[in-house]
Design a protein around this ligand. Structure first.
Ligand code: CA2
Length: 147
């Protein structure tokens, strides 16, 4: 079995299952499935394994973050709307104690005022925001550097 340090968990928050289906002007035309293919292709080049999950449920995301250290060396997370509301996800990341990289497709600082605050940023290694699908790929590269 591949060492857990070489495994990276990619988490996606609420509504990201709609990617490619609505609001392409903000979030692009690729579906989460298609983005997943690009992520897996880069992971192969970087000699790491990725597991990609999406949930619309805050508690499920908290459970996955809590369980992550048993199987994964780092987390790349697009918390979506929970970025701006979830103390629970922030606390789970602190408790997990493995590096987390926060990513966003859109630039959250160029949008509505309520998106400018992230509960996750202060406990993440860093944040990548505004590069479209590339945010996921840059996030994966950053995570590999943290292993
Ligand atoms: O830019 C990002 O990646 C966000 O995390 C996306 C979230 C938003 O709440 C954050 O402020 C920034 C929204 C995800 C919703 O995704 C959709 C995709 C297609 C159609 C509708 C929603």
């Amino acid at each position: 079995m591949m060492a857990k340090k070489k495994r990276i968990l990619i988490l996606n928050g609420p509504n990201l299952n709609l990617l490619g289906k609505r609001q392409p002007e903000i979030y692009g035309r690729l579906t989460l499935e298609e983005i997943g293919r690009e992520i897996r292709s880069l992971a192969k080049q970087l000699s790491v394994t990725v597991e990609i999950r999406q949930s619309n449920n805050e508690g499920e995301l908290v459970d996955w973050i809590q369980q992550a250290p048993a199987q994964f060396g780092a987390i790349v997370i697009n918390p979506a709307a929970y970025t701006h509301s979830s103390v629970a996800m922030r606390d789970a990341i602190i408790a997990a104690g493995i590096p987390a990289i926060e990513i966003h497709i859109s630039n959250i600082y160029k949008r509505e005022a309520f998106r400018k605050h992230s509960y996750i940023a202060g406990v993440a290694v860093g944040q990548i925001t505004g590069f479209g699908v590339q945010s996921y790929l840059l996030g994966l590269r950053a995570a590999v550097e943290c292993l």
